[in-house]
Design a protein around this ligand. Structure first.
Ligand SMILES: Cc1ncc(COP(=O)(O)O)c(C=O)c1O
Length: 422
């Protein structure tokens, strides 16, 4: 058969190779193929679907908006949809957390907000160098790639990736080295030959780099160090933000206030493209139009984003529910890991992973899970971690059903007879 996905679409395609089904409809945590097969989705659009597929809370306002004749595309012009989003974001997210940030709309993707953050940090400080962490992932454009760890992705740049260096993420040396030993020393030593960086960019949980989660005290140490040496701290919350780790921002648990925050993926609440770069007001040194982009004004995304904030973040009830779901998830993942030699649980909240000693196991578990009707992907430099990322809105029954499938897949792959499904 002449399959246009194979004959016409570029070789660069990825997910459609691991999951060759053609998905036609989706609702909540379930995706249905053109021939009616159902898959439980523990992937959530790589974090763009925290509230599940086609959540009625965001779809109904979107449909009304689309039928109303309202503006869809507006670059950075004023629209009522954008006004409502800004007012709601200030009222429900920034004010209750005492966060004094200006809001910038970069282009609508994760890498767009990272590029804006790096550019702003360089402009504010007048310094060029950026530090980022081992196994970091920040996106595919050149600036974001320069702060990304993965060698295969970096190689794709085709030119030298400059003005950025990597430093060890939390626990990179398995707890054997004092945190920030090298960094502290070279920043204090004017003879170290290490230029003071404009910024340090960090993910609180490394979504693509293997689900390592930084400890709260490590993040506090990093924030303190940045403050002491007047280096800007950028938290890339593109994947870990919007409730994924339990609170709206993933850094809330650590009690730190980054200078710059990158948000995208689930900020629209619907899977529509949208991104924000947040920064302290004194960093707002942009000249008008100095950084721009045609798709900053995606009004349907503003509408769904506002609806998501109003539905899920007006009080603590959603956050409390996510805490319960996340506890149930980690309890079952812990059981699976305990029954497999060398396996362990990684991540925080609903951004979790199962690390296998033999990297081939993770890929095979993901493949077997797909065969049984569950979408999970792998993460990490060797694809050694099965990444578990259900919608935050998943029901308890669906969560357990997905974890049953995962348990069966793990048992099949590692032949661990003691792994029983619930
Ligand atoms: C932490 C982080 N930053 C940036 C990006 C890039 O986002 P996008 O693919 O929308 O450019 C990703 C994507 O996975 C991410 O996880």
């Amino acid at each position: 058969m002449n399959d246009v996905f194979e004959t016409l679409e570029s070789e660069v395609r990825g997910y459609s190779r691991s999951w060759p089904a053609e998905f036609a409809t989706a609702s909540g945590a379930v995706q249905t193929t053109i021939d009616g097969s159902e898959y439980l989705d523990f992937f959530s659009g790589a974090g763009a679907l925290n509230y599940g597929h086609n959540n009625p809370a965001v779809m109904e306002p979107l449909i009304d908006y689309l039928q109303s004749g309202a503006v869809l595309h507006s670059l950075d012009m004023k629209t009522p949809a954008k006004r409502r989003f800004l007012e709601t974001f200030e009222r429900l997210i920034l004010k209750p957390r005492a966060l004094d940030y200006k809001v910038m709309f970069p282009g609508p993707t994760g890498t767009n907000t990272v590029e804006a953050a790096l550019k702003l940090a360089r402009k504010v400080t007048g310094r060029q160098h950026i530090l980022s962490f081992t196994n970091a992932f920040h996106g595919m454009t050149l600036g974001s790639l320069s702060v990304t760890g993965n060698s295969m992705k970096r190689q794709g740049a085709g030119i030298p990736l400059t003005n950025a260096s990597k430093i060890p993420y939390d626990d990179y040396f398995d707890g054997e080295t004092t945190d920030f030993l090298w960094l502290e020393r070279v920043l204090a030593d004017s003879g170290s030959g290490v230029d003071r960086p404009a910024a340090i960019i960090v993910e609180t949980v490394q979504g693509e780099g293997g689900l390592r989660a930084a400890r709260a005290e490590w993040l506090r140490g990093l924030a303190e160090l940045c403050k002491r040496y007047e280096v800007l701290l950028i938290v890339d919350d593109v994947q870990a933000g919007c409730g994924r780790t339990g609170s709206f921002f993933s850094f809330e648990e650590a009690g730190i206030v980054p200078d710059i925050v990158c948000l995208s993926k689930s900020i629209s609440g619907s899977g529509l493209p949208m991104a924000l770069t947040l920064f302290k007001p004194e960093l707002d040194v942009w000249s008008p139009g100095e950084h721009n982009g045609t798709f900053r004004g995606n009004n349907p995304a503003f509408v769904t984003a506002t609806a998501a904030l109003e539905t899920f973040w007006a009080d603590d009830s959603f956050q409390n529910r996510v805490a319960d779901t996340s506890a149930a998830l980690h309890a079952r993942l812990g059981e699976i890991a305990d029954s497999v030699e060398g396996a362990s649980v990684r991540g925080r909240g609903m951004l979790a992973g199962l690390l296998f000693e033999d990297p081939a196991h993770a890929e095979r578990v993901a493949g077997e899970a797909y065969r049984l009707g569950l979408l999970v992907e792998t993460s990490g430099p060797e694809d050694e971690v099965v990444k578990i990322m259900p919608p935050l809105t998943i029901s308890s029954a669906e969560l357990q059903r997905g974890l049953d499938i995962l348990t069966t897949a793990v048992r099949t792959v590692v032949r661990s007879p003691e792994l029983a499904t619930a």
